[in-house]
Design a protein around this ligand. Structure first.
Ligand code: FSX
Ligand code: SF4
Ligand code: F3S
Length: 373
């Protein structure tokens, strides 16, 4: 639908053409993130602008906040969203579709028929399985039935966001609706998880780019996440890492150390156990990201962290010292060395699950105040 209609009849006509220079810049960035050269990035930009790279996409919403769609399209710098819409033929998307009711259902089924075996299914939100799946119904069908129906003839499935990837917020204990991620239900398709709550638009864009340009899906880790985006921890490239290595920590929100931009580990930063590229790619196509604005990483890309651990809990430290490429650290605080700092976390993790013990080893006298936050 989005591909074949003249602009004035296209339901997505309000998405104006992106400025060419910005368009090129985004293509180059996205191409680089999946390991393609700048020349390939220019070719992609040209092909995308000419409309030749336009796989059909059906986008289903289940239990979620629509933040995944919002972050793609309504960031303060929305060119990534525009590029995505120019690169794909978005044939069904409940938030963006101008049609509703029977018309919308018709659009969905026409696409499923016309692009059988070719379309990409993007799923946003978790799927409730309890009580026959009655907690999420669209057009009289449960999310479970819709997912089974639409995934059946999809070429591939992309689960966007932590809800679709792992169940997300709805699956937090006690998980009243029996919410699960796509991979718990779809077993016979290639699935790519793009977790994050919400996820970084570049990680979705990079995945789509690889599919439309190379015809392949990215290399995935054990959680089905593209390694180009989730293969390294936040901690490895965090701008606050030198503070961690030197033992300089915010002890509670708003204290002097926090204002100085010190490491947020002791107030619950999950960066050491979180695979994601926010520290290098920033977030939502802005210069901002959680740690950059003083908030600990909550592990929003990790199946076993987001909404599964308390925000103030600390995590295991797997790499106690900084990479050899880092400049040497001179500890500023008496009695704390970089190695001691890291080993404290390591020992804690080895004993009973980092959090509690590691925090105790690192805590100082005003740690009690942290609990008030
Ligand atoms: Fe989930 Fe998407 Fe969190 Fe929301 O819709 S990943 S609740 S920010 O955004 O699904
Ligand atoms: Fe950055 Fe968090 Fe690691 Fe500290 S613990 S260096 S804030 S990722
Ligand atoms: Fe999420 Fe942590 Fe990045 S909370 S947005 S993975 S800094």
């Amino acid at each position: 639908m989005g591909k074949d209609l003249p602009e004035h009849k296209n339901p997505f006509y309000f998405v104006s053409k992106t400025d060419r220079r910005d368009f090129l810049k985004i293509c180059l960035t996205a191409a680089a993130s999946i390991g393609l050269s700048a020349t390939a990035g220019v070719r992609i930009a040209e092909a995308a602008a000419a409309g030749v790279l336009r796989p059909s996409v059906i986008w289903l919403h289940f239990q979620e906040c629509t933040g995944c769609t919002e972050t793609l399209l309504r960031s303060s710098h929305p060119d990534v969203g525009k590029l995505i819409l120019e690169m794909i033929s978005l044939d069904y998307h409940e938030t963006l579709l101008a049609a509703s009711g029977y018309q919308a259902e018709a659009a969905l089924h026409e696409t499923m028929e016309a692009r059988k075996g070719e379309y990409i299914l993007v799923v946003e939100g978790s799927i409730p399985t309890k009580d026959g799946g009655v907690y999420c119904k669209i057009a009289g069908k449960t999310a479970m039935d819709s997912l089974a129906e639409v995934s059946k003839n999809a070429a591939a499935v992309i689960a966007i966001g932590s809800c679709a990837s792992f169940g997300g917020l709805a699956a937090a204990e006690p998980n009243p609706t029996g919410a699960v991620g796509v991979s718990e239900l779809v077993k016979d398709k290639a699935i790519v998880n793009i977790p994050g709550c919400p996820p970084n638009p570049y990680n979705f864009l990079g995945t789509v780019l690889q599919y439309v340009v190379l015809g392949t899906l990215p290399e995935l880790d054990a959680e089905l996440r593209p390694t180009f985006a989730y293969g390294r921890t936040i901690h490895e490239h965090c701008p606050r890492r030198a503070h961690f290595d030197a033992g300089r920590f915010a002890e509670k929100y708003g204290d002097d150390n926090h204002k100085q931009g010190y490491c947020l580990y002791k107030i619950g930063c999950k960066g050491p156990a979180t695979g994601a590229n926010c520290s290098t790619r920033n977030f939502g196509d802005t210069d901002s990201w959680p740690i950059g604005v003083g908030h600990p990483c909550i592990g929003c890309t990790e199946k076993n962290l987001l909404w599964r651990t308390a925000l103030h809990d600390t995590v295991d430290i797997e790499h106690p010292t900084g990479p050899a490429t880092y400049p040497p650290i001179v500890p500023e605080r008496e009695g704390i060395s970089p190695v001691a700092t890291g080993v404290a976390g390591l020992v804690g993790g080895a004993l009973i699950g980092a959090g509690v013990v590691a925090a105790k080893k690192l805590e100082n006298k005003d740690d009690d105040n942290q609990k008030e936050v």
